[in-house]
Design a protein. Structure first.
Length: 294
């Protein structure tokens, strides 16, 4: 085989390898795009349906809007006993209380498990992990009885006060993993400078926990905003309804359901979640990646 023939063969091999190297990423991106379209189709269909007349929503499964019905948003905003603003504010109050409770209580519990030494530490940490696997349906009845005896039914207290007791074990575990990644030499340096346990926590550990705290904030916001079961159990007065419970009020089993208004208000309720995830995505990824949770 001559040198020229060998050079041609090598060049052909490189071209073929380069072609395969370009085709494979293109196929992967195409598959990911198709998967994203399939996953986003229900959301897109809901947005399109919110702009359609009620009698055309289920008649045409496509995504084309022939008759634009923007009035669904106006009607839906005032369709219930209270303006939808009331339900948004109720959800915002519950979400704010839940976020504040989780940030304070879970960070303190995580610091205790990660840095302090006390009797039965491993046992209580194991118990805390076991509660992650405990469904809320198992404890909702005794909790309801307890909150009913103290007069907390139809208030936001049953939805907020438990957060102040570090009941969300997932966030405690996430913060424990993060704190364990912080060098103990920082604690020793702060102790030499005269800081006690509280000073070390407030001045050293807490400022370094921003990614974990941001992750806790985002998850708490999304989970609390979308929570339906516990809010349905504890809130009975329509004036106290949150967004998920208010959306359920649009579905009437005995009369015709206003699907256009329902989808319109569903789109409105989806906007805060979308913005929270969009603005906090960077902190969310960083927080999960630095806690060792894969």
């Amino acid at each position: 085989m001559t040198t020229e023939t060998m050079d041609r063969a090598v060049a052909h091999g490189r071209t073929a390898t380069l072609g395969r190297g370009r085709i494979r990423p293109a196929l992967i991106h195409l598959a990911l795009a198709a998967t994203a379209i399939v996953m986003l189709y229900p959301v897109i269909w809901m947005i399109v349906s919110s702009l359609r007349p009620g009698n055309e929503i289920f008649r045409d499964p496509g995504l084309l809007v022939r008759d634009l019905e923007i009035d669904n948003y106006r009607v839906g905003w005032n369709a219930l006993t209270e303006p939808f603003t009331r339900y948004l504010l109720n959800s915002a109050a519950v979400v704010f209380g839940a976020i504040l409770g989780n940030l304070v209580s879970c960070s303190m519990a995580a610091y205790a498990f990660a840095r302090l030494e006390f009797t039965g530490k491993k046992f209580w940490f194991s118990i805390m992990l076991v509660t992650i696997m405990l469904p809320i349906h198992v404890v909702i009845v005794p909790q309801y009885i307890l909150f009913s005896k103290v007069g907390w039914i139809n208030t936001f207290l049953p939805l907020i006060v438990p957060k102040l007791l570090a009941t969300d074990a997932f966030f405690v575990f996430l913060m424990v993993q993060f704190i364990r990644g912080i060098p103990r030499e920082l604690d020793e340096a702060a102790r030499i400078d005269g800081c006690g346990r509280a000073g070390i926590f407030l001045r050293v550990i807490l400022p370094l926990m921003v990614p974990a705290l941001a992750t806790t904030t985002i998850f708490t916001f999304i989970w609390t905003w979308n929570d339906f079961f516990s809010q349905l159990i504890y809130l009975t007065d329509p004036k106290m309804y949150t967004v998920p419970v208010a959306l359920r009020s649009f579905v009437d089993a005995t009369a015709s359901t206003s699907w256009g208004s329902l989808f319109a208000m569903s789109v409105v309720s989806l906007v805060p979640v979308f913005l929270a995830f969009l603005l906090g995505q960077r902190f969310l990824i960083k927080g999960i990646a630095t806690t060792g949770i894969k």
